[in-house]
Design a protein. Sequence first.
Length: 312
Amino acid sequence: MGRGSFAIFALIFWDSVRITMITTTQMSLLKYEISDQGVVTLWLDGGGRPVVVLDRNLIQRLNATLEVIEQEENIKGLFLRSDCNRVFVAGADLEEIDALDDPALHAYLAFGTTVFGRLAILPYPTIALVSGAALGGGLEIAMHCDAIIASKVGENKKPYSIGLPEAGLGICPGWGGTQMLPARIDPTTAIEATATGSPFKSNNMPEGLVEALVETPEELTTAAETWLTANPAVDRSIPRCIENSPKEYKEAIETVRANVEDSDSLRGVLLAVETGINKGWSDAIAIEQCELVRLRNTQAARKKLEAFLSKG
């Protein structure tokens, strides 16, 4: 992307931020409550949908709600939950995203990164409580938290999917998934799962993906409180991501490159991971989002996306 493109992007991004910084009196906040112990529980909701999906409206409301929460005093931690029994977050709204032109999609992705980043820099621990499908952006927003506490089964007593399925549609993650997943689990497993779009099952997750795994959703709150008691302080400015062990990550890249069939999405994911190794979080996110925009225009992705969207 040339300087002119970056200038246009910056202008669009700034306009997007100004537009979305709507006063809380003009926008309905997400539901939240503060316990006597000073723990905020914040619920993501579907905004009238049967499941929670990350769309512009939800991201704007999350941003506005976090602004209000940041003004609260004596907060010890934040629990991020879903008000939907079926899913934590089903992913991003692909129909909304597909309707955006490239500059608008860049701005949309950048704004999402800014809002999710607010979770990562709160001055107290943040914990995602997951008891239903957490896919794509759903897992990414959870990984922006300091910890993920998950149940083996959902409210329906069945295992659910958790992972980054974007490559299955010919694209790649856009909110840091290529950087955060390899920092939580075995890098080869993480990069291969991201490059192939293969989610995990909640009853068979790789070690490290969550800080605690309980049997049922009813046990989540107690487990989250226990983790918070043991981890009362945080010291970070970005989410847990690729930072150390470059040799291990580079070896993982070569293993995945040798084992996974070549594709545009594979190359996009590996480029983002390599950028994270060499240049860090900010540069890697920029590359990841550029790759997502590029990939969604490829012939392979267009065919898969149109087939997916045609299912309604």
